[in-house]
Design a binder for this molecule. Structure first.
Ligand code: PAZ
Length: 359
């Protein structure tokens, strides 16, 4: 790979150099072992497996991390999509940012109600679900129990961008024997920049000029990526190598790969989605805008060109919990909100079926 100087004097990290220079996370063995059992189990039953990534990655500024940079994502897209993949009979590996939204429990967390508000005390003193939530909770519970009974959902957490990249590589390698039955649905918001291990300071960066010598250490060491310059904190990040290219070409060449593209400028969305599709040559880019992502997305694929998917006006969810039509007790289906993932996932599954048929 051609080398290009960075402002910090370091050459950009190639995909292979990345793993040589940045240590594997302590959790990787456990992640690998859980995923291997899960994939083998579903491969034996010829069930399709979707790897759904969800939530934002962090970029720690210190080894003993007090401060970090974060990427925006509550995990709604990933957690909601995972439920619809399970309903479409996929087994789902849910690689998610720790403490972000999870399939099923998402209906009761991060909402305006505390989970205790869904409960009440019965006349006999037992804690029970409030009558007004019984129907909805029972529907969610049944789907959750089915996923557990079928061993169809594996939850794997990450926090940092480094953990995410190591996990993604390991999972893609394990999924390779699934061939076309494997699906990558990359909804996580992954940092484009990071602090390489050799430029990360050990201790908390001191803001007081009287203590900035604290992380000084070895004068021959690489220039720290984050350090005080007078009263300012100066942060100088390296680009994260473009792992989507490696995923498509080497780690998962036969699987279907769907990436997401988040933008804030409507004028750029379609162009950036086409650019990504051309650059990485995978199957589908789903473009979305920060402010409208809950009710419209743009599909860009080689097979289907450009296609908007929209929740009709009047059916847009107002709250994060966005109860689904079948969970509403006696509510008119004309007014019940539609989750856009209920439109996205069947389209993706259909494209996946076409790909499997072709392969
Ligand atoms: O998790 P969420 O529902 O709050 O947000 C989802 C999203 C916007 C992060 C996702 O749809 C997405 O676009 N992910 C890729 C982000 C990127 O361009 O890296």
């Amino acid at each position: 790979m051609a080398s290009q100087e960075q402002p910090n004097g370091a050459a950009p990290t190639s995909e292979t150099d990345y793993f040589a220079g940045n240590p594997e996370p302590a959790s990787l063995d456990q992640t690998t072992s859980l995923a291997r059992d899960f994939i083998n189990y579903h491969a034996a039953n010829k069930r399709r497996v979707a790897l759904v990534t969800s939530g934002g990655t962090t970029v720690p500024l210190e080894n003993q991390t007090v401060r970090f940079i974060d990427n925006f994502s509550a995990g709604t897209r990933g957690a909601t999509s995972a439920e619809y993949f399970l309903e479409s009979d996929y087994a789902v590996i849910f690689l998610h940012r720790q403490f972000s939204l999870l399939p099923y429990s998402r209906h009761y967390s991060h909402s305006t109600n505390c989970f205790l508000d869904f409960m009440t005390t019965s006349p006999s003193g037992e804690v029970v679900v409030d009558a007004s939530y019984q129907a909805q909770m029972s529907a969610v519970l049944q789907r959750y129990e089915k996923a557990k009974r079928e061993n169809a959902l594996l939850l794997l957490p990450f926090t940092t961008v480094n953990e995410y990249l190591w996990d993604l590589r390991a999972l893609a390698t394990l999924m390779r024997p699934l061939g076309a039955d494997g699906l990558f649905y990359l909804a996580a918001a992954v940092s484009d920049f990071f602090v390489p291990a050799q430029r990360m300071v050990e201790h908390k960066i001191q803001s007081s000029e009287d203590f900035t010598h604290a992380n000084g250490g070895d004068p021959g060491a690489a220039k720290p990526a984050a350090q005080m310059d007078g009263k300012s904190l100066v942060i100088d990040l390296d680009p994260v190598p473009k792992f989507l290219k490696t995923l498509v070409d080497a780690w998962a060449p036969r699987s279907m790969i769907v990436s997401f593209k988040l933008e804030t400028d409507p004028a750029l969305l379609a162009e950036k989605a086409h650019y990504a599709l051309k650059k990485y040559a995978h199957h589908l880019v789903i473009g979305n805008l920060l402010n409208t992502r809950k009710y419209e997305v743009l599909f860009v694929s080689a097979a289907g060109g450009e296609k908007w998917i929209r929740v009709p006006a009047g059916r847009r969810a107002k709250s994060v919990t966005s109860p689904r039509p079948e969970d509403q007790d006696g509510a008119s289906s004309r007014e019940t909100p539609v989750e856009i993932e209920s439109l996205i996932v069947p389209e993706v599954a259909k494209m996946h079926s076409e790909l499997i048929a072709k392969s």
